[in-house]
Ligand binder design. Structure first.
Ligand SMILES: [Fe+2]
Length: 324
């Protein structure tokens, strides 16, 4: 990891480390309680958790209809046709030392549902050199299965990328607390409502990463947004659902995924399903909330059914630029 990086989990000093360990243990205990409970914790309060397994028969019928119609093979090929998508973002507050800074964002690979995607992504990203690698959650698809198989498929993808300032990850709504240790073993720093600062010469860029806010929202997420340092700030969140809070906290750039851009779109329209409880207009692409710019990635993978239509998968290369 780059020497200039310092963050909530990497501060030196015995007292600080003990305090950080206490904070992490408290996070872990609370997260496990939420995972075992029957409700999703959202910024709007507790919402009864749907058991997606109950929808499996209907999904299987839908998938069978796709197979009979000949559309399934095309949808699967679409889902495997992943590409690198470059997004240039101009930030008024960006320090000169970070002009041209490159962030590679991988979101929502759900690798256990479409394992062949892992090889495609590894080949796509082999030798790609960036300043920072950012993984914005949902590494596996099946909520009730252990996270290890999906995360094992992620490891070569992470290893393919050369990221000078380090590799960071968030948890999505499909990622249990048990994923953290596995991600850390891959060399990723998992941001759990924490901020790290990247320094170049005398300038800083601050990255605040939240735990998932779709199903596991806590006040600590809002606190991490509110209590960050001054200067140019990026929020990395699995979903766009706290975009308004981030903008109120003077975040400059908000990077997220979760929606898969809809995954299945009609040729002439946007996503059929947003999967968002709040900030629903931020379901795909570039957007703006007040002075804050946001980007919702189409994501790399698929959920529920391994097909995509009119909504290509992507790995996003975010290039930060100062105003023209
Ligand atoms: Fe996802």
């Amino acid at each position: 990891m780059h020497d200039a990086l310092r963050g909530g989990v990497s501060n030196s000093g015995g007292d600080q480390i003990a305090q950080n360990n206490d904070v992490r243990q408290a996070w872990y205990d609370q997260r496990r309680d939420l995972e075992r409970g029957g409700h999703n914790a959202t910024p709007k309060g507790l919402v009864h958790r749907r058991r997606w397994r109950r929808l499996e028969p209907a999904l299987k019928v839908f998938e069978r209809l796709l197979q009979l119609s000949g559309l399934h093979a095309r949808g699967r090929a679409n889902a495997l046709d992943i590409a690198l998508k470059t997004i240039t973002v101009r930030l008024a507050n960006l320090p000169a030392a970070f002009d041209g800074y490159r962030i590679l964002q991988i979101s929502d690979p759900h690798l256990d549902l479409l394992p062949d995607l892992a090889d495609r992504m590894t080949a796509l990203l082999h030798g790609v050199s960036v300043d920072l690698l950012l993984l914005t959650g949902d590494y596996r698809d099946q909520h009730d299965d252990p996270p290890e198989p999906g995360l094992a498929l992620l490891q070569p993808i992470v290893a393919a990328v050369d990221a000078a300032d380090g590799c960071f990850a968030l948890l999505g709504n499909h990622d249990p607390a048990a994923s953290v240790a596995i991600l850390e073993d891959m060399g990723l720093q998992v941001l759990l409502n924490q901020t790290v600062s990247i320094e170049r010469r005398h300038d800083s860029l601050h990255l605040t990463g939240l735990d998932d806010v779709h199903s596991f929202y806590t006040e600590a997420a809002h606190g991490a947004l509110r209590n960050g340092p001054t200067g140019c700030r990026i929020a990395a969140v699995h979903s766009a659902e706290v975009a308004d809070m981030a903008a109120a906290a003077d975040i400059d750039l908000y990077l997220c995924g979760h929606t898969h851009g809809g995954q299945i779109r009609l040729p002439w329209g946007g996503p059929l399903i947003s999967r968002l409880r709040r900030c629903r207009s931020y379901s795909h692409g570039l957007w703006r909330h007040g002075d804050m710019i946001g980007y919702t990635s189409n994501g790399a993978g698929v959920a529920s059914i391994p097909v995509r239509y009119n909504c290509p998968p992507e790995v996003a290369l975010i290039v930060l630029r100062r105003p023209a």
